[in-house]
Design a protein around this ligand. Structure first.
Ligand code: GLY
Length: 310
């Protein structure tokens, strides 16, 4: 079947759409590169890991290099990977000093203990002989210093690490959902967290609330982790599809519920029939997709557009 792909670089408030051109270029380049892997016969799992690595390596996005700093000035990252075909979830929570947290989630796919947090994740990073790497960028350090200077009045760090991007301080995460030519689905999500959070705060990105896939559908979420966990958004959309709703309906209903609860989040999804869908309760969802014939994105969705599908 024709492979399908959708990726995201976070969800946000926005005060100036001008800066979206650079974000669009980054997302389109990554979606095109990962889609090539799928057309060459790569699996959904391989495509998701590749897409997450490319997004983690792009300092614009809040995951891997360019992750936001927590309240104590440290970067702690979380990531997860779900193989929909095997319904197998793996992830790391609050891992430091590595470049690509998604690689650890990939390694953990084959382990008995599949979700590791801080000390255990650090041990595994050494076991995997991952080089020590500092993902903090000058922009994020400066941002943290300014926010500390304001006595941490802001609740979160900027979504996009680019002062010209015109994107207001908000939450970020990256995610990829892929359907391969064998009809298999995988989903991956990676984040530096909210920024300025308490030490030990756990992100939705390494939970089934924020990243989930089965043989029927896959979803990756972005936004305020606490809101995503309260909605159990990723698992909810996927289970609705398994229970017979079509993907667009499942997304629409789940986003309507999230809107009723005054949440701040977004999600990308696809299903085993090749449908693609997205939804958001915040103003902007930074997502791009590949249908097999064309690349599209969600960057022009207005405030009032809460969901879409193709
Ligand atoms: N959704 C990312 C986080 O809140 O950690």
């Amino acid at each position: 079947m024709t492979p399908k792909l959708i990726i995201h670089g976070g969800a946000s408030s926005l005060d100036d759409k001008g800066g979206l051109a650079t974000v669009r270029q980054s997302l389109h380049q990554i979606v095109a590169a990962v889609y090539e892997t799928l057309t060459a016969g790569g699996s959904a799992l391989e495509a998701v890991v590749q897409g997450c690595e490319l997004l983690e390596n792009n300092p614009r996005f809040n995951a891997g290099t360019g992750s936001v700093l927590q309240s104590d000035g440290q970067v702690r990252m979380s990531a997860s990977l779900m193989d929909g075909d095997r319904q197998n979830f793996s992830g790391v929570i609050n891992v430091s000093r590595i470049k690509n947290p998604i690689q650890m989630a990939q390694f953990l796919q084959g382990q008995t203990d599949r979700i590791l947090s801080d000390y255990g994740a650090a041990d595994l990073a050494r076991e995997m002989q991952l080089p020590i790497y500092d993902p903090a960028t000058d922009f994020r350090i400066q941002e943290w210093m300014e926010e500390r200077g304001e006595d941490v009045r802001k609740k979160m760090a900027r979504l996009i690490a680019d002062p010209t991007a015109g994107i207001e301080a908000r939450k970020g995460t990256i995610g990829v959902v892929a359907l391969d030519s064998n009809g298999k689905i995988a989903a991956g999500t990676s984040t530096g967290g909210k920024g300025l959070e308490r030490i030990g705060r756990v992100s939705d990105s390494a939970m089934p609330a924020g990243n989930y896939a089965t043989r029927f559908a896959g979803v990756s979420c972005t936004g305020v982790g606490e809101d995503i966990i309260n909605e159990c958004l990723a698992a909810k959309v996927v289970i609705r599809v398994k229970d017979g709703q079509d993907l667009a309906q499942a997304m629409e209903k789940s986003i309507a519920e999230a809107l009723d609860n005054n949440t701040d989040l977004g999600a990308i999804a696809l299903d085993h029939q090749g449908h693609i869908a997205w939804g958001k309760t915040c103003p902007v969802l930074l997502a791009a997709y590949h249908t097999g014939t064309a690349i599209g994105d969600t960057l022009e969705l207005t405030d009032g557009d809460h969901h879409g599908n193709i």
